[in-house]
Design a protein around this ligand. Sequence first.
Ligand SMILES: [Zn+2]
Length: 431
Amino acid sequence: MSFEPVIGLEIHIQLKTRRKMFCDCKSPVALAKGDVWQAEPNTHVCPVCLGLPGALPVVNQKAIEQAIKVGLALGCEINKETYFERKNYFYPDLSKGYQISQYRAPLCVGGQLDNVGITRVHLEEDTAKSLHREDTLLDFNKSGIPLLEIVSEPDIHSVKDARIYSKAIQELVRRLGVSDADMEKGQMRLEANISLRPTQRVAELPPYRVEIKNINSFRFLEGALKYEIERQTKALEKGEKLEQETRGYNVKRRVTFVQRTKEEAHDYRYFPEPDIPPLEIADETISRIKTSLPKLKDGLIDQLIEDYRILRKDAEVFVSDETKLEYFKDLVAEGLESRRAANLVINRPDVLLTRPDDLVRQLEREKAEEITDEDVLRKAVKAVIAANPQAVKDFRSGKEAALKFLIGQVMRQTRGKANPQVVEKLLKKAL
Ligand SMILES: [Zn+2]
């Protein structure tokens, strides 16, 4: 029996705002090098991000705008009426006993990236950092940093595609300037859910789902998914029934391990955050952010086709190769016809070594010296026919290759200056 993996990803991104999500503290992410851990522990804190009783959160407008930016770039619908909710659970790094997040009305819904559907994009606050030494130590610098959660549909069906998708998210947020998404610094964190279904039943979602938490590198993502595919395949082949559970990934042993089973699953008892009024996103805000978006890959391709009337496949090469794109634009600016310029740059990368203006002049000279005059060429054609009776005979008996040979002879006689199309026409006529 063969199986197909069904994978969805939840990606957390720390936004690069100057202030935290709900207070006025400077966000350590925005400091030099963006390294949260460069700051002395508990130096970027206030009653709000320490979670002291009675402290009142105030929404960071910049974080909302950055989240909308990401949502628009992913083609999401922006929820114009949205609100925050409390996600209740207890952990030492969450001193309030709840995290301010979004549940029923996420800021952005729908959308897609590289054929992977986006379920939702919402905003929440990061938690503190707990260090387990002899005692548990807590550093609240990270607490309250705006955190974007991007949830995908279970549209991914291979380990490779999971990596491609998460890399594409990383590139996107970097390009939008909302995060450096440095995984080593915890600015981007992954969670995967994975299950398997028999390949003959690809229309159905599997009846279970395994979540793998806290993955902090693309390599670990691949390792954890590969391990799970193997483990689940073996279990299903043995006829075992797989259950919903949460697992962690042991980096050293390269295995996943059970953290929580279905029975132990949290009930977060979400309810609207009473201290933050619902948000209304104005149409003007959305259109202003829309116009500020940098051109993304698909948009760039369309733009190139529109501006230069080149083929889509050529435009696709250019958007992923800046050097070729720049050289192409230079050639066009020097007066070379755009399709010819694209063709040259893509099929003869050696031309990139010549200065664009020199290349265009050189091509112009060759063009100027080209012989298209039929009277001149007819003489050369006659001479070649007279000198090559065997090839003429071959051509007349149906050998197409003989024509190529004769064209070559005319080109030789004219030292390569004859226009080959004219020569071919004259030769065919004469024969
Ligand atoms: Zn604070």
